[in-house]
Ligand binder design. Structure first.
Ligand code: NAP
Length: 501
């Protein structure tokens, strides 16, 4: 059953006002509007919980994470039902995303049990060192305190209430305050019930998790400005993320804002690969570009190709493949509207040709394909801005030098992809140092959608891909965002955190 309220430290709290969700299908439901007072109550409860949870054992936190995963699975059918209604995503996608979500929780449980993430270091005392003795020094990573998480519209499960940000913060020992996304409040409600059940079952402090529903921009602003919140995880728009990042930076005590914003995820198609298998690359791109209505942060929106017959054949194959893709429901009316606005911006840009046109209206997206030249791309920075949806741009460059110039002009990216054969190695080698400076992840001969959750994953990159390019929001290294190193100098062993023993 969907409760429609905020969860604050174990209590379901109603607000004075309500807002309605806007499902793609199914009944409309009402939810309590969050207020800064709700945020204050949740942040205070989180701070109180930190004094026990932040000092709990790794085994206790692992048991809690595993229990959350079990409770989510126990509500699987209800989550899929409301999730498909609210997001318009197909049931199979929601089921797969639930698998990823519980997998992330279990991965972080086993990750903290291993203990490597603590990065424990020990420099022995050198009392006889001249001219100065060295004290005994130990270092370990410790949780930062209460963390705020903004649920993402495009991953109602894996990047929302119990998603990767929440899992990594809870694993670190940080209580979490979730600001629910207004696109899927019912889905968030049921997942919060699962977390609440896990809290009761494992006996952790109820302030360890709260969820405030949105419906009001003042909630998000109050969350990032609350003095007891010590870090923020966010996935969303460049505008929203930048506004919240700036609020974090201008607090009397600035805090880190781990925002994952916009990326066009360019692919560089090298000549020998194009000659050998341009058609296969074209078909693969078409599938990746349109998967999930293109609503992935790693959607590969741009292909950079050297002009000529292979390039022309590639564009023809992509156009034919995209033309077969029908309308798909987008996550919200606002996102569908933003998609069409982005298309109109590209359509009216100088030096851009519309190769595949389509009509889409209401909450639907259909694919569009545009081409431009390297020269036009280099002259118009806005062509490199993310358009969230199944819209592709082929940048036709004169030669490899112009391809290098396009690569150098890029803003920060989550991913950059090389399509190459062995005979392209020399040119790929020239691109690599540039791509390494631009992206958090570089791929060869694949497509960036479908992000593996594992130890080596980096889902981040220079701005605007993320606001903090030293971090990742996917994979076990995501835990580092919510830790800070503490050095213990000559501290007696009895006073050290138990993880040293
Ligand atoms: P969004 O508008 O940035 O919203 C994300 C979250 O931040 C929501 O909880 C929203 O609150 C809150 N928020 C946004 N601006 C705020 C502000 N100025 N003050 C306080 N809170 C604020 O993102 P979205 O709704 O998910 O999607 C809109 C667009 O974001 C898409 O069209 C797409 O371009 C982009 N997007 C990109 C990615 C990516 O991975 N790169 C993912 C998702 C979306 P409310 O719930 O009240 O709106």
């Amino acid at each position: 059953m969907i409760l429609g309220h905020h969860l604050i430290a174990g209590e379901w709290v109603a607000g004075e006002a309500t807002f309605s969700n806007a499902p793609a299908h199914g009944p409309v439901r009402d939810f309590s509007v969050g207020t800064p007072a709700h945020v204050d109550a949740a942040a205070k409860a989180a701070e109180e919980a930190f004094w026990s949870y932040g000092f709990s054992s790794r085994a206790e936190r692992a048991a809690f994470l595993n229990k959350i995963a079990d409770e989510i699975d126990a509500r699987g059918e209800a989550i899929t039902e409301i999730g498909t209604q609210e997001s318009g995503l197909p049931a199979a996608r929601l089921q797969g995303e639930r698998g990823r979500t519980v997998g992330q929780l279990r991965l972080f449980a086993s990750h903290i049990e291993k203990g490597d993430y603590l990065d424990r270091r020990h420099d022995l005392a050198l009392p006889d060192r001249q001219p100065l003795a060295r004290p005994e020094l130990r270092l370990m990573q410790r949780p930062v305190g209460p963390v705020a998480v903004f649920g993402a519209s495009n991953f109602p499960l894996a990047f929302s209430t119990a998603g990767g940000d929440t899992a990594s913060a809870l694993a670190a020992g940080c209580p979490v305050l979730v600001k629910g996304h207004s696109a899927h409040p019912g889905t968030s409600d049921i997942v919060a019930q699962a977390i609440s059940a896990a809290i009761t079952a494992t006996g952790v402090h109820p302030g360890v998790f709260s969820q405030i529903q949105g419906g009001n921009r003042a909630v998000g602003q109050a969350v990032v400005q609350h003095p007891l919140i010590k870090a923020v995880g966010f996935t969303g728009s460049l505008g929203g993320g930048r506004a919240l990042f700036d609020l974090c930076a201008t607090r009397p005590d600035p805090i880190p804002f781990f925002g994952e914003l916009g990326s066009v995820n360019p692919m560089f198609l090298l000549p020998h690969a194009m000659q050998a298998r341009g058609e296969a690359i074209a078909k693969g791109w078409s599938g990746s570009l349109t998967m999930g209505a293109g609503q992935f942060c790693t959607n590969p929106g741009v292909a950079v190709v050297i002009e000529g017959a292979d390039c022309d054949a590639f564009i023809k194959t992509v156009t034919d493949a995209l033309a077969l893709v029908g309308a798909q429901t987008m996550l919200t009316d606002g996102i569908a509207q933003a998609y069409r606005s982005g298309r109109d911006r590209i359509r009216t840009s100088a030096g851009v040709q519309e190769v595949l046109t389509s009509t889409c209206d209401l909450r639907n997206a259909t694919p569009f394909l545009f081409t431009t030249t390297g020269k036009e791309w280099l002259a118009n920075e806005t062509l490199g801005e993310e358009i969230f949806g199944p819209l592709g741009m082929v940048v036709k460059v004169r030669d490899f030098n112009e391809m290098l110039a396009v690569a150098t002009s890029l803003h920060g990216q989550l991913t950059c992809t090389l399509h190459m054969d062995a005979a392209d190695t020399t040119t790929a080698r020239a691109l690599m140092p540039i791509l390494e400076r631009k992206a958090g992840r570089i791929l060869a001969n694949g497509f960036p959608t479908g992000v593996e959750v594992c130890d080596s994953m980096v889902h981040g990159g220079p701005f605007p891909a993320s606001t903090n390019f030293g971090a990742t929001s996917v994979g076990t290294m995501a835990i580092r965002r919510f830790l800070r190193p503490v050095c213990y100098q000559d501290i007696p062993v009895d006073l050290l955190p138990s993880d040293f023993k």
